[in-house]
Design a protein around this ligand. Structure first.
Ligand code: NAP
Length: 540
């Protein structure tokens, strides 16, 4: 494993001056730019601020104003006012804002690549995944939302006499709660369709990565979004979570399964809608005919992008016994060759973990698996020489059921490789989990790959790719089965979930009851004959 970074500064916690780069990361924007972005936070600057450390250096990024419960409720009141006029905009005009936003994101990507790297500690190539996902989502809804939201005619109860339509109304104000791992992409994927549908949004990004979300917020207003149609509030979930849940007309939550379950319970009390994008323990199945080198290369990306802090990242690999040893050798070699680094350039293949909690959780999972009999074939150590939160990409074999990571999500750069002898067994083991977020199948026979894919109980399944094929295709839904979530983002579903469907039907002439003086039995007979005749028509 090669490294390209100078040692971390020796005084974590020291204060960076206004002209210093954000988080003390060489090459990052100046701290005053970070301060400027924090002024976009909807609540006052007088709330007690918090300062998060930059993962690469441990140095403080910038002071973030924190909201109190009452302030968040005031933000919702304002959102409700603005939503009324935003919803009046023709859907095509709202679309145009998103198309302009896609262009701005691509044109100004250098600054946000720096910010995402500084806040999340990821390699620039992984930060670029966020830029591309953001531009793709903005373009998709920028082109398709008006069509998807358009009123739809349906065949009426009585041909010609009943005219029926399906109308889509915005929910109102959508509360979006976002985690720290994909701060730009997840903001775009969850906030932009809500806006496209005519809602106002109040978003709570994670404090760790608030600047990346605020950067997109700034660009959205440059693209023509009216002020306050999207407002950002900051604060811990324990302080402002109740206000968000109680004030939202719909909640879109992305984060861990335990938090998602807790919020779902609270939301159920109000009978408002929600979507939950939660955790995973994503399997990859390597069929006997797979190209071993290609599968190993694919596994490195699938397991170690964003240092494995990616909800759709692969944590379990099932390899047919005929190629298992060759695959493990290839994966270990490619993993060992991965370059770790914190430069704000495209040199490094993997960055750092994002927080001390993440470092502790990853180290604990690997140590526990080792103690339960696993063999470390690559990585397996923290790398404080590179930065306070670096951990080597790690490949394990011989992981037993006693190990915590056999079933639990690690959410780090750690993968376990298992041997199987028959494809039915591999599918059964892939499905033997409480999660169902993402999966991957590798084979030279694409049709066979699709067959196996359809048998895996996961919301997205990629053939000959780890996650990017589905993640990058905005026209198909993304989300989790089982404990990985409820609802979907992207595609028509990711837009229509933010709407209330309304049926409007106009009845002309004949009412749907017996005519005056007609015996009900005769009416029932005539209706039955009519329904039977309609049943024979091909398109009703
Ligand atoms: P988390 O602890 O559940 O937190 C996620 C977000 O929820 C944070 O902003 C957090 O803020 C907030 N939060 C916590 N309690 C809350 C409450 N009571 N009310 C309102 N907000 C609350 O998850 P995480 O550890 O940050 O994220 C990692 C997890 O997210 C992993 O399990 C990963 O698989 C999952 N994830 C899933 C997807 C997906 O699309 N399926 C995408 C990314 C990540 P505070 O911590 O400040 O309270």
């Amino acid at each position: 494993m090669t490294s390209t970074v100078p040692p971390a500064p020796s005084q974590p916690g020291s204060t960076a001056g206004p002209a210093d780069p954000v988080g003390g990361v060489p090459g990052a924007p100046a701290t005053r730019r970070a301060e400027q972005l924090t002024r976009r936070v909807a609540t006052g600057l007088d709330a007690a601020p918090v300062t998060m450390p930059a993962p690469f250096t441990g140095l403080p990024i910038t002071a973030l104003p924190q909201a109190a419960d009452a302030e968040v409720r005031r933000v919702f009141t304002r959102a409700r006012e603005v939503q009324l006029s935003w919803a009046e905009w023709p859907a095509r005009e709202r679309q145009r804002v998103l198309l302009r936003l896609a262009d701005l994101v691509l044109a100004q990507q250098d600054e946000v690549l720096d910010l995402v790297q500084v806040e999340a500690g990821k390699a620039r190539i992984d930060a670029f995944d966020e830029v591309s996902a953001t531009a793709l989502v903005a373009s998709y809804y920028g082109k398709h939302s008006a069509r998807l939201l358009a009123e739809r005619r349906a065949a009426g109860a009585l041909p010609v006499l009943t005219k029926a339509s399906e109308v889509r109304h915005p929910k109102g104000v959508v509360g979006v709660v976002s985690p720290w791992n994909y701060p730009l992409a997840l903001t775009a994927m969850d906030v932009l369709p809500a806006l496209a549908a005519g809602n106002a949004v109040v978003q709570k990004p994670d404090n760790q990565t608030a600047l990346s979300a605020l950067w997109l917020h700034e660009l959205a207003e440059q693209a023509g979004l009216p002020a306050d149609a999207w407002q950002v509030v900051l604060g811990r979930g324990s302080a402002i979570g109740d206000a968000i849940v109680e004030e939202s007309d719909y909640v879109c939550f992305t984060g861990s399964t335990p938090t998602g379950k807790r919020l779902a319970g609270q939301i159920a009390e109000r009978l408002t809608g929600y979507s939950l994008e939660l955790g995973g323990k994503n399997p990859m199945v390597v069929l006997p005919d797979a190209d071993v080198q290609q599968a190993a290369a694919g596994a490195v990306t699938a397991c170690f992008s964003s240092a494995g802090q990616l909800c759709v990242s692969v944590e379990r690999i099932y390899v047919h016994e005929s190629i298992h040893d060759e695959f493990v050798r290839a994966l270990a070699e490619r993993t060992g060759a991965l370059t770790l680094g914190s430069g704000l350039d495209y040199h490094a293949g993997m960055g750092s973990l994002t927080s001390q909690d993440q470092l502790a959780a990853v180290s604990a999972h690997v140590d526990d698996a080792r103690a339960a009999g696993a063999t470390v074939v690559a990585g397996g150590r923290p790398r404080p020489d590179l930065g306070p939160l670096f951990y080597e990409p790690t490949v394990l074999t011989g992981v037993t059921e006693r190990a915590k990571l056999f079933r639990e999500e690690t959410f780090g750069p750690v993968v376990a490789v298992y041997r199987y002898s028959d494809v039915d067994e591999a599918v059964a083991r892939a499905n033997d989990t409480e999660f169902g977020l993402n999966a991957s199948v590798w084979t030279r026979d694409a049709r066979r790959g699709e067959e196996v894919a359809r048998r895996i109980k996961a919301g997205t399944v990629n053939v000959n790719e780890g996650y990017a094929a589905t993640f990058g295709t905005v026209g198909v839904p993304m989300g989790g089965m089982k404990e990985s979530g409820v609802g979907r983002r992207n595609s028509a579903e990711g837009l229509l979930k933010y709407t209330e469907a309304q049926a409007v039907a106009v009845q002309r002439g004949l009412r749907l009851r017996p005519f005056r003086g007609m015996p009900p039995r005769l009416w029932a007979k005539a209706m039955s004959a009519g329904i039977a005749a309609l049943r024979r028509l091909p398109r009703r």
